[in-house]
Design a protein around this ligand. Structure first.
Ligand SMILES: Nc1ncnc2c1ncn2[C@@H]1O[C@H](COP(=O)(O)OP(=O)(O)OP(=O)(O)O)[C@@H](O)[C@H]1O
Ligand SMILES: [Mg+2]
Length: 196
């Protein structure tokens, strides 16, 4: 298996048509806590992959999991949106449409950076669901968008405005989008008070 990525939590391997994602032990964490966290995130991610499919939302197909540290899923191939958004900011409309579907299903992604989005055959797929959770709260949905805005700010500064306008065009498809955007204003203000 060929290693393709090593993040804060996981090591990813490519094995032909599949991707193997392993959350190895973190020795700086107390053993029991570490096991619990890795297990929780692995199970969360695996169950999300299945749920998304059943909701008709684009995601890699789950192939197998040990429910503790390993997930095998479909290799989407494609490119990280991070690498293409500056040249194709109009892709953000699809990001908005995809997030609209998540929020319609009361799923909060919680890690909406452009390295957690893959462009395959002109379609944007979200990946990396270890922090995702179920919630109907408008607040949680607004925070999801806040995280996406932060990602635009830090990674795609030059196209931030254009990309956000495209995003809104897509996100408008969510029936509660007005409430979420209204709440987003409060979330953004709070972010600033925190002096970041
Ligand atoms: N199913 C997949 N198909 C194609 N590429 C993938 C797939 N899953 C992951 N990748 C690639 O591997 C990279 C890292 O994967 P991922 O974001 O899931 O891990 P991570 O950020 O280390 O995880 P975590 O945030 O859960 O610790 C992605 O940015 C993407 O480029
Ligand atoms: Mg990631």
């Amino acid at each position: 298996m060929k290693e393709i990525a090593r993040g804060a939590e996981a090591v990813l391997y490519e094995n032909g048509e599949s991707i193997v994602k392993i959350r190895p032990r973190k020795t700086y964490r107390i053993l029991e806590i570490d096991q619990e966290l890795r297990k929780r995130r692995t199970k969360k991610e695996a169950s999300l992959l299945e749920k998304l499919k059943s909701e008709g939302i684009r995601a890699p197909t789950l192939i197998e999991t040990d429910n503790s540290e390993r997930i095998e899923m479909q290799n989407l191939g494609g490119k990280q949106v991070k690498l293409v958004l500056d040249k194709q900011p109009e892709l953000a409309k699809q990001i908005g449409q995809e997030l609209a579907k998540f929020h319609e299903a009361d799923i909060i992604h919680s890690d909406l950076t452009t390295s957690n989005m893959i462009l395959k055959d002109k379609e944007v797929y979200f990946i990396d669901f270890g922090l995702s959770f179920h919630s109907a709260r408008i607040e949680d949905k607004a925070v999801d968008i806040h995280l996406f805005l932060q990602a635009l700010e830090s990674r795609h500064h030059k196209v931030k405005e254009v990309a956000y306008n495209h995003f809104l065009e897509g996100y408008k498809e969510y029936r509660e989008f007005k409430n979420v955007l209204e709440r987003l204003i409060a979330v953004e203000k709070r972010g600033r008070y925190r002096g970041k």
